[in-house]
Unconditional design. Structure first.
Length: 163
């Protein structure tokens, strides 16, 4: 059975909640980045989660934890990213953290999986949108929390299909 490891950063619990739902659906472990070591990135599929804070920045724990990613070799590994944001309050930087994590994972040699069509979302600008797709699963619990469970379930299904 494929080993799936979720590593996430969450300040108020929104991304943590998503991480736990994904872990349950995928039979994965979920580790806060603040408590992770290099072994957390040793899996067939690594799923990185971060909410977006400041103005388009990584969640605080990731700001420190990104050094862990800098030290691991993700060559040959598949990585997917997810996280919560606020597409109305931060319409210029919605879920930017996904873009930052995705770029870092690719820089470390990973193959990015789990992109999501941006057409499923509103008009917010985001560093995480490339060629009409979010680089991973963007969630907006502030404005459309009702869509979160369905988005998570659909994404988990997609990831399962490629494993
Ligand atoms: C001070 C502040 C700055 C924020 N900056 C952004 C932002 O730039 N982009 C975004 O999409 N969301 C932004 N948000 C919204 C959070 O990402 C959102 O509330 C998220 O669900 C928090 O997730 P967490 O509980 O997992 O940390 C910000 C929220 C606050 C309070």
């Amino acid at each position: 059975m494929a080993k799936i490891s979720i590593v996430y950063g969450s300040t108020t619990g929104a991304t943590e909640g998503a991480a736990q739902q994904l872990a349950a659906l995928l039979g994965a472990t979920a580790t806060p980045i603040a408590a992770a070591d290099a072994s957390a990135f040793d899996a067939d599929l690594v799923i990185l989660g971060s909410s977006t804070w400041g103005y388009g920045e990584l969640q605080d724990d990731w700001a420190a934890g990104i050094a862990l990613l800098d030290a691991v070799d993700l060559a040959g590994k598949r990585v997917a990213v997810f996280g919560t944001g606020d597409s109305c309050g931060f319409a210029d930087t919605f879920a930017n953290a996904l873009g930052i994590l995705a770029d870092k994972a690719v820089e470390r040699g990973a193959t990015l999986v789990g992109q999501v069509p941006a057409a499923d979302y509103g008009a917010a600008e985001s560093l995480a949108v490339r060629d009409g797709k979010f680089v991973g699963l963007a969630l907006d619990d502030t404005n459309e929390a009702e869509k979160t469970p369905g988005r998570i379930a659909a994404w988990a299904k997609e990831l399962q299909a490629i494993l």
